[in-house]
Design a protein around this ligand. Structure first.
Ligand SMILES: Cc1cc2nc3c(=O)[nH]c(=O)nc-3n(C[C@H](O)[C@H](O)[C@H](O)COP(=O)(O)OP(=O)(O)OC[C@H]3O[C@@H](n4cnc5c(N)ncnc54)[C@H](O)[C@@H]3O)c2cc1C
Ligand code: SF4
Length: 503
C-alpha cells in the first residue's frame, strides 16, 4: 500500500493502534504491533516522499521540524534540531549507533525497578535492531581524512582514551559526507528502509503530510487523534483526518510529543509533561593542517573518542559543508575570509556532553515549540574539558593548530594555550548546538515526577503510550537513535501483551 499524502488522504481511519510520528521510536512500535497482527496507522507531519537535495535550505524546508529554527532560550540561546519525514530524524542524522552505556542502563533499571533494562536483558534487543538496520563500523576506504585524523589522534594518545572509526547504520555508504541532507544514494539504512518497511509489509498504513493537533479522549481513555492535512510545498491546509483507535502511541519526538500534549490541553492531566528536557549540548574545535582534509568528504561524523576518565564527554568528528562552515565556526570578518580561503585544510571535532542541565518544552499560541534550557555549572566545565581533549586529539592526529568554535577565540599550537584562552570565557562566547532532545516525558514510577511507566504507558490516561526519545529517564550520554529504536521495540511488545484483551 502506498503512503498517503494530503491529496489522497482518507478522512477517517479506524485501527487498533495509531502511532503519531514516523521516526525511530514510532517505526519500532509500528513494526512490533503490525507483526503481532494489529491493524496500525502511522501519522506523520513530514512529506510522503523524501525530498533530499544537497542544500541546507532544502533540508530545513522539508526535513527539519519547524524548518530548523527551534531555539532553546534560557542561560544562552542556541539551536536545537530534530528531523521530519517518513523516517523522522533517521533521514537526516549522521547514522551513528551506540548502545546505552551499561552504567546508565543499571541506573534506569534501579529507577524503574524493572530488570528488563539491565544490560544482559536489553542487549539482545539492541543486537536484533543492529542487525535489521545493518550497523557496521566505518571502513577506511570511505572514512575520509577528517575522520582519519581523529582515529589517528586517538591511537597516538593511547589508553585510557578509546575510540576510532565508529559504528553507523550505513551499509551502502560511499562516503559523500552529506548525511544531514539525507542520503542521495540509499547508503544509509534509515528506518523507512527497514523498521517501517517491515511494518508496511505487515499491513501498517501511513498517512503523511498530516500534523496531529488533538488527542481524542472518551470515558477516561485515549481513543484516537485528529490530524490537520497540509501541502508541504505551499503550506496550505487541506482539511482534517479523524482516527479512532484502541491505543494511541505518541512518537512525535522529545519536542513534538510535549508540544502536542500542551497544545491539545492534555498535558495538565499527565504529570510533568515537557519538564525534564535534556539536550546533549555541544560545541566544537577546529584544526588547521598542512595537508588537504576536505572536511565535508567521507562518512559523516565517522569517528569518535571516549575516555573512562571523562565518561560524560563524547567527541565525534565535526564535518560541515562549506556553505554552513562560517555559521558554525564562530568566525567573522577577516578571520572568516582567511579560514574560508584555507577551508580545504581544516578538520574538526564536535564535543557532545551528557548533561545535568535541564529545560522545558511548551507550546506557543502559533503551535510552535517554546523551549527553555538552563545550563548546569558543571556542564559548562565539562564542555570546556571536552574542548581541550578534542584539541589534544586533533593535534595528535596531525593538525598544526587548533581553535575553539567561539567568538574571539584564536588559533593555538598547543592544547594548553587553548585551555588557558577558554578558561574564563563565558558560555555565550561559544557556538552551541543540540540535535539530541530527550527526557521530556520520562519513564518512572511516580506520576508526580514521571509521565509514563517502564512499559511506555501514560500514568494519567488509559490507552495512551509514548515511545520516543522523550521517555529516557536521564540524559543518555551517547547518540540516541539506537536506544530510541530499542525502547520502541520493548514498548511495542509490551502494548501487544498488555492491551491484548477487549477494551
Ligand atoms: C542533524 C541530526 C543529526 C543526528 N545524528 C544522530 C546520530 O548520528 N546518531 C544518533 O543516534 N542520533 C542522531 N540524531 C538524533 C536522532 O535522530 C534522534 O534522537 C531520533 O531521531 C529520535 O527519534 P524519535 O522517534 O524520538 O523522534 P524523531 O526522529 O524526531 O521523529 C519524530 C517524528 O514525528 C513527527 N511529528 C512531530 N510532531 C508531529 C505531529 N504533531 N503530528 C505528526 N507527526 C509529528 C516528526 O515530523 C518526526 O518525523 C541526530 C539528529 C539530528 C537532527
Ligand atoms: S556519507 Fe554515506 S550514508 Fe551519508 S549521505 Fe553520503 S553515502 Fe549516504
Amino acid at each position: 500500500m502506498s503512503i498517503r499524502g494530503f491529496d489522497d488522504a482518507l478522512p477517517k481511519y479506524e485501527v487498533d493502534a495509531v502511532i503519531v510520528g514516523a521516526g525511530p521510536g514510532g517505526a519500532a512500535v509500528a513494526r512490533q504491533l503490525a507483526a503481532a497482527g494489529w491493524s496500525t496507522l502511522i501519522i506523520e507531519d513530514g512529506t510522503r516522499v523524501s525530498r533530499f537535495r544537497p542544500s541546507w535550505a532544502n533540508s530545513v524546508r522539508y526535513h527539519f521540524q519547524e524548518f530548523g529554527t527551534m531555539i532553546a532560550e534560557g542561560s544562552v540561546p542556541f539551536p536545537v534540531m530534530a528531523g521530519k519525514g517518513v523516517g523522522g530524524g533517521s533521514l537526516v542524522n549522521s547514522a551513528i549507533c551506540f548502545r546505552t552505556p551499561e552504567d546508565v542502563l543499571h541506573e534506569w533499571a534501579d529507577l524503574l525497578q524493572d530488570d528488563r533494562y539491565r544490560p544482559d536483558a536489553i542487549h539482545p534487543i539492541y543486537a536484533e535492531i543492529e542487525e535489521r538496520i545493518e550497523v557496521l563500523a566505518v571502513t577506511e576506504d570511505i572514512a575520509g581524512e577528517n575522520n582519519m585524523i581523529v582515529a589517528r589522534g586517538v591511537k597516538a594518545m593511547g589508553p585510557p582514551l578509546q575510540g576510532g572509526l565508529l559504528n553507523r547504520n550505513t551499509p551502502r555508504c560511499i562516503g559523500c559526507g552529506i548525511c544531514n541532507f539525507g542520503c542521495p544514494v540509499g547508503g544509509k539504512a534509515s528506518v523507512d528502509m527497514n523498521l517501517i518497511a517491515d511494518a508496511r509489509r505487515d499491513g501498517c498504513q501511513i498517512q503523511a503530510e498530516c500534523r496531529v493537533i488533538d488527542v481524542l479522549v472518551q470515558d477516561g481513555r485515549a481513543v484516537g487523534v485528529i490530524g490537520q492535512l497540509h501541502d508541504p510545498d505551499t503550506r496550505q491546509e487541506h482539511g482534517t483526518v479523524q482516527v479512532r483507535a484502541k491505543v494511541v502511541v505518541l512518537s512525535a519526538g522529545a519536542i513534538g510529543t510535549p508540544r502536542l500534549l500542551h497544545q491539545c490541553g492534555l498535558a495538565k492531566d499527565l504529570g510533568p509533561v515537557g519538564d525534564k528536557l535534556h539536550l546533549h549540548p555541544g560545541s566544537g574545535v577546529l584544526g588547521r593542517c598542512d595537508f588537504d582534509v576536505h572536511m565535508w568528504k567521507g562518512a559523516t561524523q565517522g569517528a569518535y573518542a571516549w575516555s573512562p576518565e571523562e565518561p560524560k564527554i563524547l567527541p565525534h568528528t565535526f564535518n560541515v559543508p562549506p556553505e554552513a562552515f562560517v555559521s558554525v565556526s564562530g568566525l567573522v570578518g577577516h578571520e572568516a575570509k582567511v579560514a574560508l580561503a584555507g577551508i580545504n585544510r581544516i578538520c574538526g571535532l564536535g564535543v557532545m556532553i551528557s548533561d545535568h542541565g535541564t529545560g522545558s518544552v511548551r507550546t506557543s499560541k502559533n503551535g510552535r515549540a517554546k523551549l527553555r534550557y538552563e545550563w548546569a555549572a558543571d556542564d559548562v566545565a565539562t564542555l570546556k574539558r571536552g574542548m581541550v581533549l578534542s584539541a589534544q586529539i586533533l593535534l595528535a592526529g596531525g593538525a598544526r593548530e587548533v581553535r575553539a568554535t567561539g567568538h574571539g577565540c584564536g588559533w593555538h599550537t598547543t592544547a594548553e594555550a587553548l585551555q588557558a584562552e577558554i578558561a574564563d570565557l563565558p558560555l555565550s562566547a561559544f557556538i552551541l548546538y543540540s540535535a539530541h532532545p530527550m527526557g521530556t516525558n520520562p519513564m518512572g514510577l511516580d506520576p508526580k515526577t514521571s509521565v509514563v511507566n517502564s512499559r511506555g504507558k501514560a500514568h494519567g490516561l488509559d490507552g495512551l503510550y509514548i515511545a520516543d526519545a522523550g521517555i529516557f529517564p536521564t540524559s543518555l550520554g551517547v547518540n540516541p537513535q539506537l536506544t530510541t529504536m530499542t525502547l520502541g521495540t520493548m514498548i511495542g511488545r509490551a502494548i501487544a501483551q498488555d492491551e491484548a484483551g477487549p477494551v
